[in-house]
Ligand binder design. Structure first.
Ligand code: F6P
Length: 323
């Protein structure tokens, strides 16, 4: 194998650059050149790529986002698009492809593998919703950003005393997975957490908050994953139930920026090396992950079809700590 390609696809995540860097360095250790493909599958179809040298990627470890940029493409989902992509891969001597992204990106990798291009997926999404790995690249950085924000909200919440208790409703990312919400809620000391995977009852939440107010606490911070409910609808319900004027805060894309944490840089590097080695071994249609601290691999269908679940231990911990 002389040359492989790497692309980032779907929502960008902090740590993707650390991963690209490690892929280039790991490949170099095996005497393999890496083509950086720009703008995801769109760029692959358009032949937007160039060789990434170790020198070029040396300094990108702390940069957020992705130097290769990311994109979503409808054309790539058609046979015509896949053929175009394979033609470009052949034309540029790409013998294997590493795709950093989420489940949709992995699906694209599987599709192009049908045309004879070996593919390996690396989970990169702040949502941490991909099965087959304990963590996906970017999730730890996102959790740290939310934790820092909760701390800032606590600063003002505990300082300004009003006639009635104050409630802060903080919406965080996570369409189908409450990982960011629940982890940040536990480590950021929230008073309640709503996630899409666990049924909840707003009245029950409000009586929980009310109990805290009756015991003298003058504010509450509720973390809500975007997939659980709309924060504005939630505000209406909370305002009515507690007769207050709750404050809302939507963190949005703030959570996708910022220099990656040490942990994200480490797992990005571990997974990069594993992905390169899988291609060297002649493997295809695998995804890599980090489980119990070790780089592992499994069939890429796991990352496409299954979802990471919040562990029962985490739910229990959350339930005890919000009390
Ligand atoms: O990458 C995952 C994610 O950040 C989700 O948490 C969020 O719902 C979505 O992407 C936002 O996507 P967009 O950037 O298209 O608004």
């Amino acid at each position: 194998m002389k040359r492989i390609g790497v692309l980032t696809s779907g929502g960008d995540a902090p740590g993707m650059n650390a991963c690209i860097r490690a892929i280039v360095k790991a490949a170099a250790a095996y005497g393999i050149e890496v083509m950086g493909i720009y703008e995801g599958y769109k760029g692959l179809m358009e032949g937007k790529m160039n060789v990434l040298t170790c020198n070029y990627v040396d300094d990108i470890i702390e940069l957020s986002g992705t130097i290769l940029k990311s994109a979503r493409s409808k054309l790539f989902r058609t046979e015509e698009g896949l053929k175009l992509a394979k033609e470009q891969a052949d034309k540029n001597g790409i013998e294997g492809l590493i795709v950093i992204g989420g489940d949709g990106s992995f699906r694209g990798a599987c599709d192009i593998s049908r045309y004879g291009l070996p593919v390996i997926g690396i989970p990169g999404t702040i949502d941490n919703d991909i099965a087959g790995t304990d963590y996906s690249i970017g999730a730890d950085t996102a959790v740290n950003i939310v934790t820092e924000t909760l701390s800032r909200i606590h600063d003002t919440a505990r300082s300004l005393i009003m006639d009635s208790p104050r409630v802060f409703l903080v919406e965080v990312m996570g369409r189908a997975c409450g990982y960011i919400a629940m982890t940040a809620s536990i480590v950021g000391g929230a008073d309640y957490c709503l996630v899409p995977e666990i049924p909840y009852d707003i009245d029950e939440m409000c009586s929980h908050l009310k109990k805290k107010f009756d015991n003298g606490k003058m504010y509450s911070v509720v973390v809500v994953a975007e997939g659980a409910t709309n924060v504005n609808d939630l505000k209406k319900q909370v305002d009515a139930a507690l007769n207050i004027d709750a404050r809302t805060c939507v963190l949005g894309h703030l959570q996708r920026g910022g220099s990656p944490t040490a942990f994200d840089r480490m797992i990005a590097s571990q997974m990069a090396l594993k992905a390169v080695e899988l291609l060297v071994e002649g493997k295809t249609n695998q995804m890599v992950g980090v489980v119990a601290g070790k780089a592992v691999s499994c069939d890429i269908s796991v990352g496409i079809n299954d979802k990471n679940k919040i562990s029962a231990e985490m739910v229990r911990l959350n339930n005890i700590l919000i009390g």
